[in-house]
Write a protein that binds this ligand. Structure first.
Ligand code: ZN
Length: 165
């Protein structure tokens, strides 16, 4: 059973809803679900399309590039494995695919850790809305990996913002 920060990750071999996401990550691919009826991408996978309710969908590879749409700084970790990380950022990444679709308020977004290239939490003062990020794949075992995101050196998208300190 793969382990991450002292936690056992229960991922049965027969799980078809989430396991393929982590298997793709082990192969260096970020995937989300694409609705067979309307073509919209979504994450988390879920059984039905949130926009047209169709039950038909397939995995679709995306670029793994995006922009920090929002973030929070976790000051007190609930999971003991994250205690030594606190304070650490959790970011909402808007992927480049499907930006602003179907509305400016809804798009293809993933909640993720923001880490350095060696999978340590990014420094709090470096986290701002608007910065560009890309996916990294942290190996869990021979078959599964965990998608994480890291800052890029691309120029930010629009104005950067953080809560004034
Ligand atoms: Zn749909």
């Amino acid at each position: 059973m793969p382990e991450y920060k002292g936690m056992n990750l229960i991922m049965p071999a027969g799980d078809r809803e989430l396991r393929p996401y982590f298997e793709a990550a082990a192969a260096g691919r970020l995937v989300v679900r694409r609705c067979s009826a309307c073509g919209m991408l979504r994450f988390p996978p879920g059984p039905a399309c949130p926009w047209c309710s169709s039950l038909g969908s397939e995995w679709a590879e995306v670029s793994g590039r995006g922009t920090i749409y929002s973030f929070e700084i976790v000051a007190q970790a609930i999971q003991p494995g994250f205690a030594e990380w606190a304070p650490y950022p959790v970011v909402l990444v808007e992927l480049d695919e499907q930006r602003g679709v179907p509305t400016a308020d809804e798009a293809l977004r993933l909640i993720t850790n923001l880490v350095t290239p060696d999978f340590l939490p990014e420094a709090e003062e470096k986290v701002e809305i608007g910065w560009r990020v890309r996916v990294l794949f942290q190996p869990l075992d021979a078959e599964l990996a965990l998608p994480q995101f890291t800052l890029t050196d691309e120029p930010p998208d629009g104005n950067v913002w953080r809560l004034p300190s």
